[in-house]
Design a protein around this ligand. Structure first.
Ligand code: GLN
Ligand code: ZN
Length: 753
């Protein structure tokens, strides 16, 4: 019998129960017992789903009230002393994850190339590792009490250390590997004591181009874990690990999971040399995307593996299903054709079950299921909604010079200076203004069709007029319309572009209680009509100052969507770029002289292997260039980036050749700006001087100080003054106070020049 299993399951609940339970608890409306009960219900339901799908072992340890990486840090006592006494279980978790009145939270960063954020453990040189596995052991017992055979999942010791941060300068975490391995060995012994037969140990860092010393640590660390205990399945995902095959194949483990969706060819590096007692877990169903599996193609891959391995072949999704929504069941409003092309977590388990039966009993045994899947794949392949010839022709007609401005920055800058006559250190904002309850209510009423189109547009215009009046009063040099009509910077455009679809409930956890509902790119993307020209033109009609047009860039649109898997991502990126380009040109024609194309996700989608970065960055630069490149010298293109470290990709950012870039810097105390300075970033730059993530109102003196630093790094003629990011999550009183102080700081700095 072919074994099927899953590396992890969505924990948020079909109705986002965990989110609401967490937030109610944080607001003090419910107690910890209610939250614990919600967690238990979700675990029970998830295990039931797995059992119903025919999984012989259920995954345990993938549930978390905030983040598994944080849970591991607590399990090994690897929490920083700065928090003092941490209190009981959930209070401790939330203190570390969300901060306390006296301590900022642990840092958060993206889990590889996903949109999931984990908490970065801070490990001090003098913190001893101490095992306290009570939470995991309780979950194992809980599953057993419900009649399941649990397969606990652990983040492997080397991935845990590699993804953590040393809180003691000069103290390398690799030096702690042996000590941590002892804890893992004890943990495995405790799991064996509970009768656990298999444990899954995730080492996703094996998909990276690892430094030699980290790679060399695998053999000794895993030797520690070998003594006794459950059988060990080493799980890798998100990319090929074949470069490390020699190391992996010598490890004292009992099985290996490979991602055969992202990296199908890697199986050849392992299969001929697979130790005779190992199982091979084939990650055959895409855990990162929402499309139905082509079961015929999957079977063609699996059959030779099955012929060779027999029952030693296991089937699984390519990675944890955390990254996809839970179930299609609730998508009642999605059109039938499109719905039929999709598979979420529950449906992916069902696909695995069909594949297993086909292997065990022959394809005839599941002929009906295979036929249904085949028909769905064919309908998707041949649907006229998926392929639009005009779009394909436009992409084929892209010429390299379309992705470049006609003149270099040195020629554009004087033309723009002459046109806009801006003072030194021009002041501006990133785009959005506070989304008041009234604005949210307006959009919601319109979405529910309780408010007619005209009344809605009237309401949006009122918000725009209000934003313009406030910016005029504050004395801004370059204004924005305020984005009152946008709920989300990607969804707003996705809603107006062809080729995108929306689900109702397809939420995916981003971090803690936060979830996102990415749009689906199912077909060729094109722009049926102008998307922002009306609002931009209206805003500009209210003021003599320039108003920036405000768009989301192609890379960010791609990165924050579920993307079709029947075209290379680069092709989809080009389609998006051409759609945004058309909008840019329409804005320019409507007299909008400054256009911002936001790319906060610019470096998020970079491949895990750095050797592949160059090509990926070139594609991203080309996409931005296509979006921006068609305008005249006098039209000023801005871009905005935030969220991540950009210093490693500065050459690519410079190659984007935006006239002005605004970046988030105040959280790093301008360290990022130093990198731009050292690199001698050639165009204009607006380092954020107001940290909009904090409710604290910065003083004029604070911001003046930051401006002084900025002036010492970048020639003053190329500096702008702006906040770190959009202001949509803030309230008006704090925003106005902070912006007034920011404008005063800019004026004070100007007076000194
Ligand atoms: N223009 C957007 C805003 O101001 C940018 C958001 C972002 O960078 N994430 O809200
Ligand atoms: Zn931002």
């Amino acid at each position: 019998m072919t074994t099927i299993h899953t590396l992890g399951y969505p924990r948020i609940g079909a109705q986002r129960e965990l989110k609401f339970a967490l937030e109610a608890c944080w607001r003090g409306e419910t107690d910890v017992a209610a939250l614990e009960a919600c967690g238990a219900r979700l675990r029970t339901a998830n295990w039931q789903r797995q059992q119903n799908a025919g999984l012989t072992r259920v995954t345990v340890g993938d549930f978390s009230f905030y983040d598994p990486m944080l849970d591991h840090a607590r399990m090994f006592g690897a929490t920083p002393a700065r928090f003092g006494e941490l209190g009981n279980r959930l209070d401790a978790v939330f203190a570390l994850a969300r901060g306390t009145p006296s301590q900022p939270a642990l840092d958060m960063t993206k889990w590889f190339d996903t949109n999931y954020h984990y908490l970065v453990p801070e490990i001090e040189a003098d913190t001893p590792f101490r095992l306290d596995a009570s939470v995991l052991l309780a979950a194992v017992r809980e599953a057993q009490a419900l009649g399941h055979a649990p397969k606990p999942v652990l983040i492997g010791p080397l991935s845990f250390l590699y993804l953590s941060r040393s809180a003691t300068p000069g103290h390398g975490l690799l030096a702690r590997a042996a000590e941590l391995a002892e804890c893992y060995a004890s943990l495995l012994a405790e799991l064996a004591g509970l009768g656990v037969e298999w444990v899954q140990i995730d080492e996703p860092i094996l998909a990276l181009e690892l430094p030699a010393d980290w790679l060399a640590a695998f053999a000794p660390v895993y030797a520690h874990l070998a003594a006794q205990g459950p059988k060990r399945l080493l799980a890798t995902y998100f990319d090929s690990v074949s470069a490390h095959a020699d190391v992996i194949l010598k490890l004292p483990i009992d099985g290996l999971h490979l991602d055969l969706v992202r990296a199908p060819a890697q199986v050849q590096a392992f299969l001929p040399r697979l130790p005779a007692h190992w199982v091979l877990s084939a990650g055959i169903v895409d855990g990162r995307n929402v499309w139905r599996c082509d079961l015929d193609a999957a079977l063609a891959v699996l059959q030779p593996l099955h012929a060779r391995l027999g029952d030693r072949l296991w089937l699984a999704p390519s990675c944890s299903l955390l990254h996809v929504p839970l179930t299609l069941q609730q998508e009642t409003r999605l059109d039938v054709e499109l719905r039929n092309w999709l598979a979420f977590a529950d449906e992916k388990l069902a696909e695995l079950a069909v594949l297993a039966r086909a292997l065990d009993h022959g394809a005839d045994a599941v002929a009906a299921e295979l036929a249904v899947a085949r028909a769905a794949c064919q309908s998707r392949q041949h649907s006229p909604r998926v392929q639009v010839n005009a779009v394909r022709e436009r992409v084929a007609a892209i010429r390299p010079e379309m992705a470049r401005r006609a003149s270099p920055y040195a020629r554009r800058a004087p033309a723009q200076r002459k046109r806009f006559q801006l003072p030194l250190l021009p002041t501006t904002t990133i785009g959005s203004f506070p989304q008041t309850p009234a604005i949210r209510a307006l959009r919601a009423a319109w979405k529910r069709r309780e408010l007619g189109e005209l009344a809605y547009l009237g309401g949006v215009r009122e918000a725009i007029a209000d934003a313009i009046a406030r910016q005029e009063a504050l004395g801004f040099d370059v204004l924005v319309h305020g984005e009152a009509e946008r709920n989300d910077m990607v969804e707003f455009f996705a809603d107006k572009l062809c080729g995108f679809a929306f689900t109702e409930h397809a939420w995916v956890q981003s971090y803690g209680s936060r979830c996102v509902k990415p749009p689906l790119i199912f077909g060729d993307v094109w722009r049926p009509e102008a998307m922002t020209v009306d609002t931009a033109r209206y805003a500009q009609s209210l003021t003599a100052k320039p108003v920036k047009g405000m768009l989301t860039g192609p890379v960010t649109m791609l990165q924050w969507s579920f993307v079709r898997d029947d075209l290379p991502r680069e092709a989809v990126l080009k389609q998006l770029a051409l759609a945004i380009r058309a909008e840019v040109l329409d804005l320019e024609a409507a007299g909008i002289g400054i256009i911002q194309i936001d790319e906060p996700a610019f470096r998020e989608g970079l491949p895990l292997k750095e050797s592949a970065w160059r090509a990926a960055l070139a594609a991203a630069v080309q996409a931005f260039g296509l979006a921006a490149g068609g305008v005249a010298d006098e039209t000023q293109i801005h871009t905005h980036m935030c969220y991540s470290e950009f210093n490693t990709v500065l050459p690519a950012i410079a190659a984007m050749d935006a006239d002005v870039i605004t970046i988030e810097t105040s959280r790093s105390n301008m360290a990022l700006l130093d990198a731009f300075g050292e690199f001698e970033y050639p165009n204009e730059i607006g380092p954020g001087v107001y940290d909009i993530h904090s409710p604290r109102i910065p003083s004029e003196a604070d911001m003046l100080h930051l401006l002084e630093r900025a002036c010492s790094v970048v020639p003053v003629g190329r500096l702008w003054v702006n906040p770190d990011c959009g202001l949509k999550t803030r309230g008006w009183p704090e925003t106005e106070a902070a912006l007034a102080a920011m404008v005063r700081a800019a004026h004070a700095m100007r007076a000194r020049l």
